[in-house]
Design a protein around this ligand. Structure first.
Ligand SMILES: [Cu+2]
Length: 383
């Protein structure tokens, strides 16, 4: 946790130093607006001119806290009546590296890869302490890290007027991220970690989106609709649900190098179809000794729902993955104007903080606390 704050502080200081630096140089008109790029949490919002290459880096920290079933908060104590182990908090950090290249004005190619780190805290049912289990009870943590999925996209600017842009994106996600990451939950035995701890989807996915962006004086607006359609059942026998999202933003240009934005997002994603057989309760018996105790006195079970399969942790249940979320974000975009000259001119920095305002989850499922994105982008002409 401390490392995140150090990273955030460094980014903050960097941005502050940049603001002072630019401020010291006075003000002029610049060809690029700070809000000509969408808030940093929006991907594939702009195209490039022929011969332009853009490199980007985004850091994301997502913090999840507690559980929700439908729109209701479920306490750890409540969930432990049904499950042997219950997640209480999760941190996900993601380093995203991207490149955009426009071989022609009418097409921009985009590639993006990421490095992820997940940490999940859990609470075990304390009554198991007397049961002679070999797995730990009480507080536990699990961790996973590694490369995420690779995303390749083609962006087509359909409309490219002075104050109005419409861009279509067709993308594909290549399953480079592992879906068989193992770890321990408390005991010494290495087991496959639950779905949210895995690094990729394991499936090829289609990633379409459409973005409409307009500017009007010092204001700019945008609307994006995007989706992710997993295409095939992955090698562990499941497929993530379809994701559909829409986001609307408005930005105010304060001067030629700084803009602020607010954004509203709405997203829906489905449950997992199929399931990882590692989470079959029969398979779990060897590790967690549910069989020795028998089902009568030890309900590791989730007897509700259509499935008769009982899971140790709610995060192992493929039917408790879907949900709907509405959220609001506040952001800042900063671009070094051309008058700075040298390598700094045209460099972009941006920050965005996202908070949920509505959640309806197939639960118990972990609820989103907040999401922070910090980004850097730099475009330059290759030819
Ligand atoms: Cu770009």
């Amino acid at each position: 946790m401390q490392r995140i704050y150090v990273q955030i502080s460094i980014c903050g200081l960097l941005i502050l130093a940049n603001i002072l630096l630019v401020y010291a140089n006075g003000e002029n008109e610049s060809s690029t607006r700070p809000d000509s790029h969408a808030p940093i949490g929006v991907m594939g919002d702009h195209a490039h001119k022929a011969g332009e290459l853009m490199l980007s880096y985004r850091f994301m920290n997502m913090s999840m806290n507690g559980l929700r079933d439908g729109t209701d908060v479920v306490s750890t104590e409540e969930a432990l009546k049904t499950y042997a182990l219950v997640p209480t908090a999760m941190q996900m950090q993601m380093h995203m590296f991207g490149a955009m290249l426009a071989p022609h004005d009418v097409v921009t190619l985009m590639v993006m890869t990421s490095y992820r780190r997940n940490n999940m805290e859990m609470e075990g049912a304390h009554e198991h302490a007397t049961g002679g289990h070999d797995h730990a009870v009480g507080h536990q943590e699990m961790e996973s890290s590694g490369l995420g999925d690779l995303r390749l996209s083609t962006l087509i600017p359909i409309l490219n007027k002075e104050h109005l842009d419409l861009i279509l994106k067709a993308g594909v996600s290549i399953p480079t991220g592992s879906i068989a990451v193992e770890g321990t939950h408390g005991g010494t035995e290495e087991v496959v970690l639950p779905y949210p701890m895995q690094l990729g989807s394991g499936s090829y996915e289609l990633l379409p989106s459409a973005t409409l962006a307009a500017t009007q004086g010092n204001w700019s607006y945008g609307l994006q609709v995007s989706a992710a359609f997993p295409l095939n059942e992955n090698e562990r026998g499941y497929k993530l649900g379809t994701f559909v999202g829409t986001t609307v933003w408005g930005a105010r240009k304060l001067n030629d190098w700084l803009s602020i934005s607010v954004r509203g997002s709405f997203a829906n994603w489905g449950d997992i179809s199929g399931r990882d057989t590692a989470f079959d309760p029969e398979g779990e018996d060897d590790h967690h000794g549910t069989e020795e105790h028998g089902d009568e006195d030890h309900h590791h079970a989730a007897p509700t729902g259509t499935s008769d399969i009982n899971f140790l942790v709610p995060t192992m249940d493929p039917d408790l993955r879907g949900g709907t979320r509405g959220s609001v974000s506040a952001g800042v975009n900063l671009v070094f104007p051309d008058r700075i000259g040298g390598i700094l001119a045209g460099q972009r920095f941006a920050v965005e903080l996202q908070m949920p305002v509505y959640e309806n989850l197939d639960g118990p499922q972990m609820t989103l606390g907040w999401k922070l994105l910090v980004g850097w982008q730099y475009a330059f002409a290759l030819w």
